[in-house]
Design a protein around this ligand. Structure first.
Ligand code: GLN
Length: 480
């Protein structure tokens, strides 16, 4: 049952081959069986079985949607009412969310069964899931390797088939990079497409929720239920959501694919270059035209991102003061002591590093030199994409410089860790949609191909990904 797609499972449920309760129980058993991967922070067994029962009734009465009765799970950054929501931090280890994130609300309304909350880097800061207060997630393909981050639990859960599909969030690559490391498919939609209400803030001008699953088709189905305007999120875009499944099989003849020459240099790992070359040839066979594009400002993406993301997080995380919610230190002597010890004791090293960097970049005297400059660079990067996407329909690139690295390999060297997102970060600065799809293996570990589209072109990206997946079976490989 666990290696079926959403559509196949929906058919099975309707044909009464199995019930949602049985399906949910099957996935709950798998979650227990593979607990060593550490993909879940919280498993909501009772709630899941109750939801499955409701779904079964709904299916029996014929008013079900595709996702009704399908076992899924949420990144622990999405608030789930009456359920612990930690964001991977000791700061929120005692936090029971009083309301649902809009995304959770929408998926509950669709009848999806939530199995629990998935592990992640603390406050989504990281590229390896090693900054989580709840421990590192293991890569199901090789347990010595990282699953990627920050949505590492999400990616590992899908790869190990501990959920049919999952939510993730992407501020600088956190859907795409772990998807690539775990051999699954993930889409980061256009900024504003999916509501951020109830999605714990890291860097608000970059954060965007999206879907992760084994195939582009499943990502499309999940995204369909997540996307759309939300009056509770002031940056949510009020534009109709197209039918993401309608054009999945549209022929690709005449599709113009751009290859950024700044990415395809001799610096690119030779195995990675060969894998991408094979994928590009597959697209040529499908009738696509390949064109070089140039984006000279991409090289400034990492420094610009780390100034902007840190600045925004230093402001967003000021709400964790030990007063209103979250961790509070024992016996504070005065207010100052309460603030400093609560924050000092509950935030991890990487989160503190970002807050310090961000506070510095925003302080009087440095604001112009760092924050303002980074915002100017951000505009140049967006303009590079705009220009390139005037010439081509979609841009191809690697997702990561290498396959998953080993646990412990980069955690002591933050700069090296930051470089893991070199191919994904610029896209968040521009606010564009992008996908990661499995494209092969290097040293028995999966690697991905990144597709970057124009604003609100998610349907096109899903079509381009799905057509490739009709021709290849990388996305069907399973580690267990
Ligand atoms: N690795 C990047 C960071 O630590 C991106 C994380 C993300 O997308 N949430 O900021």
């Amino acid at each position: 049952m666990h290696n079926k797609t959403i559509t196949e499972l929906a058919q099975g449920l309707r044909a009464k081959e199995f019930s949602s309760v049985e399906l949910t129980q099957h996935f709950l058993n798998r979650v227990k069986q593979h607990a060593d991967l550490n993909a879940y922070i919280t498993v909501t067994e009772d709630l899941a079985l109750q939801a499955a029962q409701v779904a079964d009734t709904r299916i029996a009465t014929g008013n079900a949607e595709l996702l009704t009765g399908i076992p899924m799970a949420h990144k622990d950054i999405f608030c789930t009412q009456d359920v612990k929501t930690t964001c991977g931090s000791k700061m929120l280890d005692n936090f029971i969310a009083p309301y649902n994130a809009t995304v959770v609300e929408k998926l509950n309304a669709a009848g999806a069964v939530n199995l629990g909350k998935l592990n992640m880097d603390e406050f989504a800061m990281g590229s390896s899931n090693e900054t989580s207060f709840y421990g590192t997630v293991k890569n199901p393909w090789n347990k010595n390797a990282v699953a990627g981050g920050s949505s590492g639990g999400s990616a590992a859960a899908v790869a190990a088939q501990l959920a049919v599909c999952v939510t993730g969030t992407d501020t600088g690559g956190s859907i795409r990079q772990p998807a690539a490391f775990c051999g699954i498919t993930g889409i980061k939609p256009t900024y504003g497409r999916v509501s951020r209400f109830g999605m714990i803030a890291y860097a608000s001008s970059l954060d965007q929720g999206g879907s992760m699953a084994r195939s582009a088709e499943d990502c499309a189905i999940l995204l369909q239920s997540m996307a759309g305007f939300d009056a509770k999120d002031s940056t949510s875009v009020d534009a109709p959501v197209p039918d993401y499944c309608a054009d999945l099989n549209k022929p690709l003849a005449g599709l113009k694919i751009g290859l950024p020459k700044e990415f395809f240099t001799t610096d690119l790992n030779a195995d990675m270059a060969a894998t991408l070359e094979t994928a590009i040839n597959e697209y040529k066979k499908l009738g696509a035209e390949i064109k070089d594009v140039s984006m000279p400002n991409l090289k400034y993406a990492i420094p610009a991102y780390y100034v902007i993301a840190s600045a925004e997080c230093s402001s967003n995380l000021s709400r964790y003061d030990g007063v209103r919610f979250g961790y509070r230190c024992e016996n504070p002597v005065d207010l100052e002591d309460l603030y400093t010890r609560s924050r000092g004791e509950a935030f991890g090293k990487e989160v503190k590093r970002r807050i310090l960097m961000g506070t510095y970049a925003l302080s009087a005297g440095y604001y112009d030199a760092y924050y303002l400059k980074a915002q100017q660079v951000r505009r140049l990067i967006s303009d590079d994409f705009k220009k390139a996407l005037n010439e081509v329909d979609v841009i191809f690139s690697p997702v990561t410089p290498t396959p998953a690295f080993n646990i412990g390999e980069k955690i002591a060297n933050p700069i090296e860790m930051y470089l893991a997102d070199i191919y994904t970060i610029a896209i968040n600065l521009a606010g564009l949609p992008a996908m990661s799809i499995p494209a092969g293996f290097i040293n028995s570990l999966p690697v991905g191909l990144q597709l970057i589209g124009n604003y609100f072109d998610e349907a096109r990206l899903l079509n381009i990904a799905h057509t490739y997946q009709n021709q290849t079976d990388w996305h069907k490989k399973s580690p267990l």
